[in-house]
Design a protein around this ligand. Structure first.
Ligand SMILES: *[C@@H]1O[C@H](CO)[C@@H](O)[C@H](O)[C@H]1NC(C)=O
Ligand SMILES: *[C@@H]1O[C@H](CO)[C@@H](O)[C@H](O)[C@H]1NC(C)=O
Ligand SMILES: *[C@@H]1O[C@H](CO)[C@@H](O)[C@H](O)[C@H]1NC(C)=O
Ligand SMILES: *[C@@H]1O[C@H](CO)[C@@H](O)[C@H](O)[C@H]1NC(C)=O
Ligand SMILES: *[C@@H]1O[C@H](CO)[C@@H](O)[C@H](O)[C@H]1NC(C)=O
Ligand SMILES: [Ca+2]
Length: 440
């Protein structure tokens, strides 16, 4: 008989020796190296079995660290997110109501002579959306409760099952929260754009002065790549951005640029939040601004890269959204198209989609024993840790040591570098967004 090893998470199971026979048929499912390696308890047969008799087994029991607590903290995080979403819905609901009241006031005849195109019916439509959303939020929190109960239930049971279900629950909950977040955002956009007092009345005379992003400047005929002022959220402040009016028809709002190493990208949370650098050269626009821009319209992302051999390739993602600071600027990135390869979704274990933003002073990554931002000298949506990092250090040539340079893991030939050998860097990198439905 060949040696076999199983991995159990419960000491109760270890006692139940007879279960081993049943477990035998299930080992297939836990062949996943990762799970087995991370498993703290091992039970091994010595391989010397007498016919029909029992095999002698060795049990190695390190201090019993069960994997559940980590998973539990995920659920807790999600609870917090849902709580925040609930609050956002309430705020939105209230502001929609306020908005409607103001609209009613301003429609009173003879007040200021301005008429708004039936905001009443629009307001009702928004109300329905709010109600829908509320019931969605309620449903989600009861789903979460169920998930939590399920976990509690499973905790005392056969533990392999437990692991499998935990993963399912995690991704299920993640996608629910993502859906809800985008629903809230679209509602937020609607609510503000339909508020007559704020947009239709106050800003009507200067309406042509409100540009949400670079595509609006393109629409009015601007064709030079320049700095322009944008106001993605009429309730919030406006700010300057650099517009790329040439690439693929133009209309792109640039979020990040690397050209020559003139700006240091090893920065803390606060800097990545507000942005840094020089818009005409190297910069990070700032996570708050990126959030407002991607909230105001459905955006696509384009990444342009050039290496020191003059090879230029690009990656296009058909969705790009960055959540707010409370949600730790979580990244949502859609399907890939392009020539540079899909390094943001490199594999199951290296996937930047749905990851939080991490900086050297703020560890939100998926690497349990350290801070990826500190190790790789940048702020980024680290997994554990990376298959892409466009905010890495700027190296003017190949370099050795920690791979903390600008990195795109699907670049041709990049994976051939030996662990101790030279690593290639990039000459230029650029990230920019444009509304999904924009036609240049
Ligand atoms: C193992 O499982 C398969 C399908 O899950 C089943 O057909 C087979 O009979 C099982 N073998 C044993 C030894 O239980
Ligand atoms: C999220 O929304 C998409 C499309 O709107 C839908 O296909 C998907 O099932 C939703 N996911 C969940 C978990 O509700
Ligand atoms: C960039 O900033 C970090 C943190 O302040 C500092 O440690 C590092 O030396 C700087 N790098 C360069 C090239 O100036
Ligand atoms: C403006 O946007 C920032 C960043 O998302 C946010 O923190 C702030 O609360 C917003 N201000 C208003 C008045 O909506
Ligand atoms: C990718 O982009 C090219 C060029 O824009 C287009 O022709 C092609 O249909 C796209 N592919 C997908 C899968 O979207
Ligand atoms: Ca970490």
């Amino acid at each position: 008989m060949k040696p076999v090893s199983w991995c159990w998470l419960s000491s109760a199971v270890l006692a139940a020796f007879s279960l081993l026979v049943a477990g035998n048929n299930e080992t297939e499912e836990i062949k996943d190296e990762r799970i087995r390696d991370s498993c703290p308890v091992r039970l091994e047969s010595s391989g010397k079995c007498e016919e029909g008799g029992e095999c002698p087994y060795q049990v190695s029991l390190p201090p019993l660290t069960i994997q559940l607590p980590r998973q539990f903290s995920r659920i807790e995080e999600v609870f917090k997110e849902v709580q925040n979403l609930k609050e956002m819905v309430n705020t939105l609901k209230k502001s929609c109501q306020d908005c409607k009241l103001q609209a009613d006031d301003s429609r009173a005849p003879g007040r200021n002579g301005l008429l708004s195109p039936s905001p009443g019916s629009l307001g009702e439509a928004d109300d329905n959306r709010v109600q829908e959303l509320e019931s969605e939020v309620n449903k989600l929190s009861s789903d979460l409760k169920n998930a939590k109960e399920e976990i509690d239930l499973l905790q005392g049971r056969l533990e392999k099952l437990n692991l499998v279900n935990m993963n399912n629950i995690e991704s299920y909950v993640d996608s629910k929260v993502a859906n809800l977040t985008s629903a809230v955002n679209s509602l937020d956009g609607k609510c503000s754009s339909k508020c007559p007092i704020q947009e239709e009345i106050q800003s009507r005379p200067v309406q042509h002065l409100i540009y949400k992003d670079c595509s609006d400047y393109h629409t009015i005929g601007k064709r030079s790549s320049e700095i322009y002022r944008v106001t993605p959220d009429p309730k919030n402040s406006s700010f300057e951005v650099f517009c790329d009016m040439e690439t693929m028809g133009g209309g792109w709002t640039v979020l990040q640029a690397r050209l020559d190493g003139s700006t240091n990208f090893t920065r803390m949370w606060r800097d990545y939040k507000v942005g840094f650098g020089n818009l005409r050269r190297e910069f990070w626009l700032g996570n708050d601004k990126i959030h407002l821009l991607t909230k105001s319209k459905d955006m696509i992302l384009r990444i342009d890269l050039e290496d020191f051999n003059g090879v230029k390739l690009y990656a296009l993602y058909d969705q790009f959204y960055v959540a707010n600071e409370f949600l730790r600027y979580r990244l949502h990135v859609g399907n890939y198209n392009g020539t540079a390869g899909d390094a943001l979704h490199f594999s199951k274990h290296y996937n930047h989609d749905m990851k939080f933003f991490t900086t050297p002073d703020r560890d939100n990554d998926r690497y349990p024993s350290g801070n990826c931002g500190l190790y790789y000298s940048s702020g980024w949506w680290f997994d554990a840790c990376l298959s892409a990092n466009l905010n890495g250090k700027y190296y003017h040539q190949k370099y050795r040591g920690v791979r903390n340079g600008i990195f795109w893991g699907t670049w041709p030939g990049i994976s051939e570098a030996q662990p101790g050998g030279y690593k290639s860097s990039f000459k230029e990198a650029k990230m920019m967004i444009r509304p999904k439905h924009f036609k240049p």
